[in-house]
Design a binder for this molecule. Structure first.
Ligand code: UT7
Length: 332
C-alpha cells in the first residue's frame, strides 16, 4: 500500500442566522420555562433562519469565511462534502447547490447523512481523498436548518434545536506534527426508532395524512438517546485515547457535539478532562446537528484553546444511532 498523506484542517468558517429564539420566546409557545431548559439541557437561545433561507445558504456563508481565511478561491477546491439532515431538498444534493452558489468551477461533491455525527463522518470522508493524494483541497461542511423539521408545539424537541453551519478546509499537512491522527466511527441501527423523522421518504411519502400525523417533524425518545449518548460518547473517546496512549487530562480542547450540557460534562468527567479544555457553547446555539462541532471549534478558537499543535478530541453521538470520535493536532 502506498504511504498515506497526513491531512490537516487549514481553515475554519462558521455562520448562524441573526434571528434569535430565546427561552422566553419558547415559554410563549409551549409549556416550558427557562429554568428547566437551562438545568436539563443548558440552552439559553438558538439562532433560526427566516422563511426562504435554506441549509445551502448557511453552508455558503460558512464556506466563504473558510475560503477567505485561507485566502483561496472556490475554484481552487477539488471537492465539497456537506453533512446535513436537512438538505434544501432531496435532490439535487446540497453540495451541488453550494458548488453553484460559490461558483466553484471543476469541483465535485456529495451530501452525507449521519445526523449529529455528520460533521465527523464528513471530515473523515473528505480526509481520505487528501490522504491518498488524489485531492489537495477538500471543503467539509456541516450545516442544518433544524427549524424546518421541528414541531414548535412539541416541548420535548422544540427547546433543543437551532440552525447553523460550519466549514473546514482539508489540505495535506507539511509533516506528522499536526493534522488528523485517528478516528473511530460506529453505527447502531437498532436505535433508529429513538430519534427520527418518519415522513417524506420512500416509506411514507409526503401526503395529507403524513402531514396530519406530524410525520414531517423530528420525533425523539429523549431518555433513550440520552442514555445511549452518555455511554457511547465516553466509550468511543476512551477507545481512541487508549490506543493512542493519551490521557484525557492531556487533551487541550475537547470539542463534542452539543446536544445536552449534561452529556458533555458526564463524558468529560469520566475521561478526567481538565474543565478548561471542555468546549461548551450549547447555551448560545442549541443543538445545530451537523454544525455543532465546527461552531464549537470556533468557540474554542475564540477562547484561545486552538493553537498550532493543540491536542483536540472531537466526539459525537446522534440519530441512527451514529457515533464517532476524531483525534487531531490543530495545525495553525
Ligand atoms: O443530537 C441528537 C442526539 N440527541 C440527544 O442527545 C438528546 C438526548 N436527550 C436529552 O438531552 C434529554 O433527554 C432531553 C433534554 C430531551 C429531555 O431531558 P430529560 O431530563 O431526559 O427529561 P425527560 O424527558 O425525562 O422529562 C422529565 C420531565 C417530564 O415531566 P414529568 O413526567 O417528570 O412530570 C417531562 O414532561 O420534564 C418534562 N419536560 C419538560 N418540562 C419543561 C420535558 N420537556 C420539557 C420542557 N419544559 N421543554
Amino acid at each position: 500500500m502506498t504511504q498515506l498523506q497526513r491531512v490537516k484542517i487549514s481553515a475554519l468558517g462558521t455562520y448562524v442566522p441573526p434571528r434569535l429564539l430565546t427561552n422566553a420566546d419558547l415559554e410563549k409557545l409551549v409549556d416550558t420555562n427557562d429554568q428547566w431548559i437551562m438545568e436539563r439541557v443548558g440552552i439559553r437561545e438558538r439562532h433560526l433562519v427566516d422563511k426562504g433561507v435554506a441549509t445551502s445558504d448557511l453552508a455558503v456563508e460558512a464556506a466563504k469565511k473558510a475560503l477567505a481565511e485561507r485566502g483561496i478561491e472556490a475554484s481552487d477546491l477539488d471537492a465539497i462534502v456537506v453533512g446535513t439532515v436537512t438538505p434544501d431538498m432531496f435532490f439535487p444534493s446540497t453540495a451541488c447547490l453550494v458548488q453553484h452558489k460559490l461558483g466553484a468551477k471543476n469541483v465535485w461533491g456529495f451530501d452525507l447523512s449521519a445526523a449529529c455525527s455528520a460533521f465527523v463522518y464528513a471530515l473523515q470522508a473528505g480526509a481520505q481523498f487528501v490522504a491518498t493524494g488524489s485531492h489537495k483541497k477538500v471543503l467539509v461542511i456541516g450545516a442544518d436548518v433544524m427549524s424546518s423539521i421541528i414541531d414548535y408545539t412539541d416541548r420535548a424537541t422544540c427547546v433543543i434545536f437551532g440552525d447553523g453551519a460550519g466549514a473546514v478546509l482539508l489540505e495535506p499537512a507539511e509533516d506528522d506534527s499536526v493534522g488528523l491522527i485517528d478516528f473511530v466511527h460506529e453505527v447502531d441501527g437498532s436505535g433508529g426508532c429513538s430519534l427520527y423523522m418518519p415522513g417524506g421518504g420512500s416509506l411514507n411519502p409526503a401526503s395529507h395524512e403524513t402531514v396530519d400525523k406530524k410525520m414531517h417533524f423530528v420525533h425523539q425518545d429523549g431518555g433513550a438517546v440520552f442514555k445511549f449518548a452518555v455511554r457511547k460518547m465516553a466509550s468511543l473517546c476512551e477507545e481512541i485515547l487508549k490506543r493512542n496512549n493519551i490521557k484525557g487530562s492531556e487533551i487541550d480542547a475537547f470539542i463534542p457535539h452539543q446536544a445536552n450540557k449534561r452529556i458533555i460534562t458526564a463524558t468529560a468527567d469520566r475521561l478526567n478532562m481538565r474543565p478548561e479544555a471542555v468546549i461548551i457553547n450549547i447555551e448560545q446555539y442549541g443543538n445545530t446537528t451537523a454544525a455543532t462541532i465546527p461552531l464549537a471549534m470556533e468557540t474554542a478558537r475564540q477562547e484561545g484553546k486552538l493553537k498550532k499543535g493543540s491536542l483536540v478530541l472531537l466526539a459525537s453521538v446522534g440519530a441512527g444511532f451514529t457515533s464517532g470520535a476524531t483525534l487531531l493536532r490543530w495545525a495553525y
